[in-house]
Design a protein around this ligand. Structure first.
Ligand code: MSP
Length: 679
């Protein structure tokens, strides 16, 4: 059993975790859980990228010491991964001593190979990407195509890595390892980029200091990507000599299966720079770099300007971590871009999990009463029973092969096929009719057995993506929670291993339905406000329109009653649910300036505890000078649809009250953290 090592990118700490990060991490976690279930020694690493100009500047903007700032960003990530049931074995931070040691050792190896030299450097740099840019890559006006911001000219002394000497070696490696980069289309892009020839790479900076000092010249700090990529080794105690670091020997050893999960945006760093550094250092290369696509949110790119960075926590709170993980990995074809759409999430939940998987169990459990609540014994399976049994075995093999080759959505497709086939089987066999006739109890026993055994198969196949729900399903069919053990392959293979006599304990529905009213409330609470001029929600499909019309009809009567009551009350009161829609939060004013030519307006940057401050344009300039606003705690309507004022997008509204003598701001005391909700 080969050791399996899976990693996520280490995330920059300039922003708090959002669904894009959660997507990468959930995919890696699914793979780790799968390999553990197969009994393989498994190691799963995630962590944080804490150095570089971007982070240094962010700390400066906030007026904080960089180390203190990066330390403060650790809990939000740890908390997010805990909430999403992420089972990382380690969490690496690039400011940790063990990481600095690894980075220093790798640098020394590159130097010992004669691949590092000192020279003057002049080029464009995008701080957002933390990457050098050639003029060819830039948009007119020297704008970075990814960050849509002007790049900066860097002129300084720098150490260089002789990347140009690795062009042919990399191409030869790609040829010899056709599965090195996935998906294939992305591999082709990488190859053609390398075929175009590689320039030497600047790997140190001397104009700022927030990084790991170059061992021989501490006035330079290492290029943040060289520093960051080393995390995959440093977390294992590497680079190290054999026998020095057991984890490194095992999980970076010759026979380990090493998979880096990355977003498509950082593919070149992982498939060109990283392999070249490793070749230079005489260290083996990872087995595979898997580049997934990017998520948009309800059809829009996540961006600071739109204020729609979606944090995972409210989604976990609303749907639970299993459902969110399932949705991420089911909705988006792994490797392609995809959209996170709240409505689709609820539709998939209701259709595939509620009506599909949950129903399967609910439709058979009631009939177990006929067998004293125990799994009945059956003989050899034939006919429809044998067909479903062999379909389940094929599905398990298909999911296994798909996950072995990181085809995550193919695995989930195969699971869905088994759920559908098992439901069809129950429909065809009609256990509700069999149970009415004593003469048919033998047949009922077979149908019950085959259905429960299918659920057992499904609980194992789904465990990597929905670990808690898998255990809930198991509990209802009388099985204990899964406890993966190294050396024991628990993957389902043979249909018929569910032991007769196992006591079945029907419990609460595992996937209770979200009805139209609940859906409306969830959407109102969770969907970020649309931005002026941004594309509207995707047009509803015909089926959605029909479903909506039906739901409207169903709820027409109570709605009419409710509005009648309100009309009678006539006192302007609102329901609690209406009040709950207003997201009031405490904000900390980080900067304030007058809006040119607008006497009434101030442009503020307000920290709402989201990692990135919001721009709020407020009509308070006649009452407050910009400097009076700095450091003030204010109350912000955080989910007000963004509006343009004097050409600036205002992402929220500050509350104030008009008293004699002028405007007063509603505020909070200094011990209330930015982002805290008012309720
Ligand atoms: N720090 C570097 C990675 C260093 S790895 C040695 C970095 N960090 S990042 O925080 O900006 O982004 C890391 C990863 O987050 C992306 O590659 C991608 O995996 C994920 N995502 C960030 N936004 C995303 C979406 N909107 N959608 C999906 N994933 C995205 O780059």
């Amino acid at each position: 059993m080969k050791p399996f090592y899976v990693t996520t990118p280490i995330y920059y700490v300039n922003d708090k975790p959002h669904v894009g990060h959660a997507y990468s991490t959930a995919a890696a976690d699914m793979l780790a859980r799968y390999h553990r279930l197969r009994g393989q020694p498994t190691r799963f690493l995630t962590g944080l990228d804490e150095h570089g100009l971007k982070i240094e500047r962010r700390a400066q903007e906030l007026g904080r010491d960089p180390q203190e700032f990066v330390d403060s960003m650790v809990p939000p990530f740890e908390e997010a991964w805990r909430q999403l049931d992420i089972t990382n074995d380690d969490f690496i931070r690039t400011t940790s001593e063990r990481h600095k040691l690894g980075a220093k050792r790798l640098w020394e190896k590159l130097e010992a190979s004669g691949d590092i030299y000192l020279a003057d450097y002049e080029d464009w740099y995008c701080v957002g990407c933390e990457s050098f840019k050639t003029e060819k890559e830039l948009l007119p006006g020297n704008i970075c195509p990814d960050h849509k911001k002007p790049v900066e000219k860097i002129r300084e002394q720098s150490y260089f890595f002789k990347l140009s000497e690795y062009t042919d070696k990399l191409l030869a490696y790609y040829d010899a390892n056709p599965d090195f980069v996935k998906p294939e289309g992305r591999f082709n892009e990488v190859k053609s980029f390398v075929r175009g020839g590689l320039k030497d790479l600047s790997i140190s900076r001397s104009s700022f200091s927030w990084g790991i000092p170059v061992p021989t010249e501490p006035k330079h700090v290492m290029y943040v990507w060289l520093d960051a990529l080393t995390n995959y080794l440093s977390a294992l105690g590497g680079p190290a000599e054999p026998g020095e670091a057991p984890l490194y020997d095992q999980f970076w050893g010759a026979d380990a299966n090493i998979v880096h999960i990355v977003g498509k945006d950082i593919l070149r760093f992982h498939t060109i720079f990283w392999p070249a550094f490793l070749m230079s250092a005489g260290i083996r290369l990872p087995s595979q770099v898997w580049a997934h696509g990017w998520l948009t949110v309800n059809g829009e790119k996540m961006s600071k300007g739109l204020g729609n960075f979606l944090p995972p926590a409210p989604l976990v709170e609303a749907f639970g971590s299993d459902v969110l993980r399932y949705y991420f990995l089911r909705e988006v074809s792994f490797g392609q871009d995809g959209d996170f759409n709240h409505k689709n999430l609820i539709a998939r939940y209701n259709n595939e999990l509620g009506n599909g998987l949950g129903n399967l169990l609910n439709r058979i459990l009631p009939f177990l009463k006929k067998f004293d609540g125990k799994v009945p014994a059956v003989g050899t399976l034939t006919g429809a029973d044998a067909e479903l049994a062999s379909l389940a075995e094929r599905a398990a093999a298909q999911v296994r092969d798909s996950l072995d080759s990181v085809q995550i959505n193919r695995a989930l497709d195969a699971i869905k096929e088994l759920i559908d086939a098992a439901n069809k089987y129950v429909n065809d066999e009609e256990p509700w009719n069999l149970s009415k006739d004593e003469a048919k109890l033998g047949r009922l026993a077979e149908v019950a057995y085959v259905t429960l055994e299918s659920v057992r198969f499904l609980s194992l196949m789904l465990a990597p993506v929905m670990p808690n729900k898998a255990n809930e399903l198991r509990a209802q069919i009388g099985l204990g929670p899964l406890e993966p053990t190294v050396g024991v392959d628990a993957w389902p293979a043979r249909f018929g291993e569910l032991a007769a006599g196992t006591e079945v304990t029907a419990g609460k529905p595992v996937f209770p339905k979200i009805d139209a009213k609940q859906e409306e409330a969830l959407l109102a609470r969770l969907v970020p406000a649309a931005v002026e001029g941004a594309p509207a929600e995707p047009k509803p499909s015909k089926a959605e329109k029909r479903a909506k019309a039906a739901a409207a009809q169903e709820s027409a009567a109570p709605a009419a009653e409710a509005s009648e009551v309100a009309a009678k009350a006539g006192d302007g009161t609102i329901e609690f649910d209406d009040f709950a829609k207003v997201d009031l939060r405490v904000g900390l004013v980080l900067s304030a300036e007058k809006v040119p030519k607008k006497d009434r307006l101030l442009r503020l940057e307000v920290d709402l505890g989201e990692g990135t401050p919001r721009q709020i344009v407020a009509g308070i300039a006649e009452h407050f000078a910009p400097e009076q606003m700095l450091g003030k705690r204010v109350v912000v309507v955080a989910n007000l649809a963004p509006r343009k004022l004097a050409g600036l997008v205002s992402q929220g509204m500050i509350l104030a009250t008009d008293v004699e003598g002028g405007l007063r701001l509603l505020g909070a005391s200094d011990d209330v953290a930015p982002g805290t909700r008012a309720k």
